[in-house]
Design a protein around this ligand. Structure first.
Ligand SMILES: NC(=O)c1ccc[n+]([C@@H]2O[C@H](COP(=O)([O-])OP(=O)(O)OC[C@H]3O[C@@H](n4cnc5c(N)ncnc54)[C@H](O)[C@@H]3O)[C@@H](O)[C@H]2O)c1
Length: 329
């Protein structure tokens, strides 16, 4: 099997998951130099190639029976609101990868879409109605990043309908956990909050900066649920070319998320709100009716449990970096 974006958070964890499950022929690909990958899984063929280039994609897909395309130029709200062109250019990745997979005779193709593909007009209130799969249309996706995802979903659907390649599409809602971005501008809320709490403790500042008013709401899926869900979706023929939510339905406000991390760290900080910082939509949650119906399962790791593991990992990275050791942020 081929897994792209494997130097990153989710695909790196996916390679580890399949390796642990006993798969022996896994090819992991990322454009980042190998030294910068979060996870390098022993026994997995790890190569540095660019999935936005057609000839690289042909090499990547050679001999592949299953292709998991998770490569994308992405980050948290701060990144996707600022770099819309980079996000849109990820269209090249899926366009070339899906064609190369088809030419190589791959039997199954997975695409990682996003909740950002949903109509933003349905997400203007923190007390949102959870998003169900049909809410992507009429389309009014998140500028840049969301439109790229929506268009790539359509590619996947037509490769099945017109050319008969089995494609699978999951719309991920915020994913968090160890071995992900935690500093540098691409990190998402849970990792950013863990890091900010650690910084406040370390510097003794006693304060934490929060983007927006802290009342915006989200749900967060733990990485172990995410990789399990990808496997289940990819191998369920009822879901052929059918976008499906893969996310937690445990809705929290950003303020409540900070409460949780403070509790884990054993501190209480003064909150400084930054109303002009990127904040994304007011509220977003995953309606899991469809996934429960089809897979008899939904992501179910409690946020408190997943956050504790994530905080521990980020603390370890933070401490190592302070000691002068090289860590991937
Ligand atoms: N993390 C989330 O909360 C979330 C939510 C919704 C959707 N997604 C989607 O899931 C996928 C994985 O996300 P992630 O959180 O692991 O992000 P990530 O940034 O940690 O990993 C993405 C990886 O893709 C690589 N990449 C980018 N362009 C490439 C190219 N041209 N060729 C090869 N590799 C390339 C990057 O170097 C990076 O290592 C992405 O498609 C993302 O859009 C993630």
């Amino acid at each position: 099997m081929v897994i792209t974006g494997a130097g990153g958070f989710i695909a790196g964890n996916l390679a580890l998951y399949f390796k642990k499950k006993g798969f022996t022929r896994i090819r992991a690909v990322d454009k980042k130099p190998l030294a910068e990958w979060y996870l390098r899984v022993p026994g997995v063929e790890s190569i540095c190639l660019d999935c936005s280039q057609e000839d690289h994609c042909r090499r990547i897909c050679q001999g592949a029976s299953e292709v998991y395309n998770l490569a994308a130029d992405m980050g948290g709200m701060g990144f996707i609101e600022r770099f819309r062109v980079e996000c849109l250019r990820s269209i090249l990745i899926n366009t070339h990868m899906i064609e190369a997979a088809y030419q190589a005779g791959a039997r199954r193709y997975f695409f990682s879409s996003s909740a950002c593909a949903y109509n933003i007009l349905l997400q203007q209130d923190p007390h949102v109605r959870a998003l169900k799969e049909s809410d992507a249309y009429p389309a009014m996706a998140e500028r840049g990043y969301g439109w790229e995802k929506l268009m790539s979903e359509i590619f996947c659907q037509e490769y099945w309908h017109e050319r008969g390649m089995k494609t699978f599409i999951a719309r991920f809602h915020n994913v968090y956990g160890p071995h992900g971005t935690w500093d540098g501008g691409r990190e998402k809320a849970p990792a950013a909050i863990c890091r900010k709490v650690l910084e406040a403790i370390d510097t003794g500042s006693g304060t934490i900066q929060i983007w927006g008013d802290g009342r915006q709401t989200r749900s967060f899926m733990y990485i172990e649920d995410c990789v399990k869900g990808i496997d289940r979706i990819m191998h369920c023929d009822k879901l052929l070319a059918t976008p499906i939510n893969l996310g937690s339905s445990e809705l929290v406000s950003i303020n409540a998320l900070v409460d949780k991390v403070e509790r884990i760290a054993g501190v209480k900080l003064q909150r400084v709100y930054e109303p002009s910082a990127p904040r994304g939509v007011a509220g977003r949650n995953s309606d899991n009716t469809f996934i429960q119906q089809v897979l008899k399962w939904e992501p179910d790791t409690p946020l408190d449990k997943g956050l504790a593991a994530t905080y521990r990992w980020i603390k370890q990275q933070y401490d190592e970096r302070k000691k002068g050791k090289r860590v991937v942020e």
